[in-house]
Design a protein around this ligand. Structure first.
Ligand code: COA
Ligand code: MG
Length: 290
């Protein structure tokens, strides 16, 4: 993993068929922009949305933002064309829906064979069938373009017939298992959306829950959700101060060769030094970004 850290605190979906949203996304402080061809686009607008997404990727103007195209599934009449077109356009990633088996990951990977090397494959984690094979899905990262999991909590609610409330209780085991599988294989992992985009208190609580579970960031549906999301997923001053103190303490001559030391009255081990270094890398990447 020699790649520099890239912040993915906030990932904003927008319907690729919406020119106003496409223009606005180039000015918004989201770390990731997802041009959607799937659920946000009505069947009669699919071809137009595909053409608009490709034109937006070619035109650029998204600065540091990571650009992702979400394709329709290969089991739909639009999927193959979406993937072929996205492969030519070469965004940072192509996100594909409703993946339930390693064979499907490989099928999507094959469709992207001619895409540039920088174009990664991200998959939606949103079907009941994928839950027993999360690790097998993530392990495909070893020999495919797979590099990310994105939770699709609306589809989980639909398939499970779940009625998640504020605490998202029915999803908690899924969040844990998805993050763990992603971490075991070095994938990016993003939390699902909060549909109540006018209720920013609810949004902030849900984003904080995602941080608690270990997600890199959260997917969003509205510009108003970006600032609170970036705030939640950025290390705060206390966390940065702790990380600096841990790094400085391990660097003291009297601590050379020690595995466990005391910082601010608490035990820290070498594993905390790794965590501290990550916090500092995240903070540096964020302050040097958009
Ligand atoms: N990306 C970029 N810009 C967006 C946006 C988005 N996801 N959602 C809204 N905007 C823009 C609007 O165009 C509007 O721009 P303006 O100020 O220049 O007029 C502004 O932000 C305010 O929008 P608002 O009036 O509050 O919302 P709306 O009623 O126009 O749209 C939604 C509400 C939910 C339909 C819209 O936010 C949306 O389409 N979200 C994305 C849905 C999606 O992609 N779903 C798939 C994944 S779950
Ligand atoms: Mg979905």
């Amino acid at each position: 993993m020699t790649q520099p850290f890239r912040p993915r605190r906030s990932a904003l979906y927008l319907p690729a068929s919406n020119p106003k949203a496409l223009a606005k996304a180039r000015t918004l402080p989201a770390d990731v922009v997802i041009l959607d061809l799937e659920d946000a686009v009505a069947p009669e607008s699919k071809a137009e949305a595909r053409a608009m997404a490709v034109a937006a990727v070619a035109e650029g103007g998204f600065g540091q933002r990571e650009l992702v195209v979400r394709a329709n599934g290969l089991d739909t009449e639009w999927g193959a064309d979406d993937l072929a077109t996205a492969a030519v356009a070469g965004p940072d990633a192509v996100l594909v829906p409703k993946v339930s088996s390693p064979a499907e990951v490989r099928a999507y990977d094959a469709e992207l064979a001619s895409a540039p090397a920088h174009t990664r494959l991200w998959i939606m984690i949103e079907t009941c069938a994928c839950l027993p094979v999360l690790h097998d899905l993530a392990a495909c990262a070893g020999d495919t373009r797979l590099a990310g999991f994105v939770l699709g909590t609306n589809d989980f609610a639909k398939e499970m017939r779940a009625r998640p409330g504020l605490a998202r209780t029915p999803f908690l085991p899924i969040l844990t298992m998805a993050v763990a599988a992603a971490r075991a294989h070095g994938l990016v992992v993003l939390d699902g959306v909060c549909n109540e985009f006018r209720d920013l208190d609810r949004f902030a609580a849900e984003a904080a829950q995602g941080l608690e579970f270990g997600f890199d960031g959260k997917t969003l549906i509205h510009p108003d959700q970006i600032a609170p999301c970036n705030a939640v997923f950025s290390p705060d001053a206390a966390e940065i101060a702790w990380a600096e103190a841990v790094e400085a303490s391990f660097a003291l001559p009297e601590n050379a060769g020690k595995g466990a030391i005391k910082v601010d009255g608490k035990m820290v081990e070498l594993l905390h030094l790794d965590q501290a270094r990550r916090v500092l890398a995240v903070a540096a990447a964020i302050s040097g970004g958009t």
